[in-house]
Ligand binder design. Structure first.
Ligand code: EPU
Length: 416
């Protein structure tokens, strides 16, 4: 079992570089099979979810190389349209291959991406939207088949925002016959990045309104080289840690234009931020104020992927806070672990009530999922004494080197 050991209480200082974005690179990997030519992605994070996605690409016949943050994919020969691997159930992004396999081969057979501790995570919206494009689904117990006699452009109105469903429809529409209009669609930065990547490949994608895209299907796409943008959630995690420890740190390669909701929270806490050309300087010496109420929301709202980390920081703020999770129905699993460290928190429905305590106390705790695991690292850094975090393979799904990064910032943290 992977265990991280942290001795808390040390302020952070210095600088680290932010890794490439997990949620941006995963749909780009799926998109790479929409062409027969080679794709090169730079600034890719060496994280478990990327390795899993590359295994899935290999399973369908792609040749893949991943070294020093550069991924090369040769999708010239796709030998299968079926994913059988058990690992496909463990990553949500396996479902992204649905849109791209349909685009390339008009057929896909995939296992359902597993539900996980943050919520049920069904794929009904993906299916409903793709059906409008002429896809017929056969739903089995463990897996499903999708096929079409040629994807057709359609009018897709999203009654609920879904990042993954938007990405799947964009992937499918890129090579579809005719025009697809997506209305009421999520506009997370990772969706925008996927569109930029596809445009470079030759796709015709216009943003016609705030939450509306028009995609004119093309006959073929070309292989390109593209730099994966930095990860806003990793940057946000490190900023919250610095604020919690009243520290000054410099983070290089931060997508600050995408992080305004977090920045306004950090400012409410008392932190100051200075955005420079190549990064952000965060001064957290006065970041002790509680933020009384915050709700997670689709972009540009406060991201659900920073909710647990923010909750950890609020456990010792000067005042009470209430967090409302509106995206995933079960994203408070980390609360039980934080309580083992002395936090005073109570979950009621979608709301989390936090009464501050003077300090957290080191304890043995267990990561239940990726972002909750990162929250426990922050809690360990804040706590008095030693914290042992079990199940850290979850953290490795999305953070390339959280231990190395915090060590670089002066923390007493190591793998056990
Ligand atoms: N939903 C449905 N039906 C669907 C699709 C979604 O009911 O067909 C529901 C979900 O159950 C959830 C909500 O809609 O309650 C939003 O889900 P969404 O589809 O937007 O999320 P996702 O595409 O599955 C991506 C990220 C998540 C991130 C969410 C929200 C990737 C690989 N994953 O998931 O990232 O939290 O968007 O921003 O891009 C993470 O990185 O830790 C992570 C969980």
């Amino acid at each position: 079992m992977k265990i991280i050991e942290v001795t808390g209480g040390r302020a952070l200082s210095g600088s680290v570089r932010i890794q490439g974005s997990k949620n941006a690179v995963l749909p780009m990997l799926a998109a790479s099979i929409l062409t027969e030519q080679k794709t090169i992605l730079t600034n890719c994070p060496h994280i478990q979810d990327v390795y899993t996605m590359l295994d899935l690409l290999k399973e369908i016949g792609c040749r893949v190389k991943f070294e020093n943050h550069v991924i090369e994919i040769d999708p010239s020969v796709i030998t299968a349209c079926e994913i059988k691997q058990e690992s496909a159930r463990s990553v949500r992004s396996s479902v992204m291959l649905l849109g791209s396999l349909l685009g390339r081969l008009q057929r896909a057979k995939l296992p359902y991406p597993g539900g996980c501790v943050i919520g049920k995570r069904p794929i009904n919206i993906h299916m409903e939207m793709l059906e409008k494009m002429g896809v017929v689904f056969e739903k089995g117990k463990e897996s499903f088949t999708a096929c079409s006699n040629g994807l057709k452009g359609a009018e897709l109105v999203f009654y609920t925002k879904s990042v993954g469903a938007a990405e799947n429809c964009i992937l499918a529409a890129a090579l579809a016959q005719g025009v697809t209009r997506l209305k009421g669609v999520a506009i997370e930065p990772e969706i925008m990045e996927l569109c930029s990547f596809l445009r470079k490949m030759g796709a015709v994608i216009l943003r016609t309104d705030y939450d509306e895209f028009l995609i004119k299907g093309v006959k073929r796409l070309r292989g390109v080289e593209f730099r994966v943008p930095p990860d806003r959630i990793v940057a946000g995690t490190y900023m919250l840690a610095a604020a919690a420890l009243r520290s000054e740190i410099y983070l290089e390669d931060v997508p600050f234009a995408q992080m305004q909701s977090l920045f306004s929270l950090l400012k409410k806490m008392g932190a100051t931020l200075e955005c420079r050309q190549d990064g952000v300087l965060l001064q957290g010496k006065d970041a002790h104020c509680a933020v009384p109420y915050i709700r997670t929301a689709n972009y540009p709202g406060f991201p659900t992927d920073l909710q647990s980390q923010f909750a950890a920081v609020m456990t010792v703020a000067d005042g009470s806070s209430v967090i409302e999770e509106t995206i995933f129905e079960a994203r408070y699993k980390t609360v039980l672990e934080l309580k083992k460290m002395g936090a005073d928190m109570r979950v009621k429905g979608r709301r989390l009530y936090i009464n501050p305590v003077h300090h957290l106390i080191g304890a043995q705790v267990k990561a239940e999922e990726l972002r909750g695991g990162a929250a426990l690292v922050i809690a360990g850094l804040m706590a008095q004494g030693k914290t042992e975090i079990l199940n850290c393979h979850f953290i490795e799904r999305g953070y390339e080197d959280i231990v190395g990064d915090f060590k670089m910032l002066g923390s007493t943290i190591s793998w056990k």
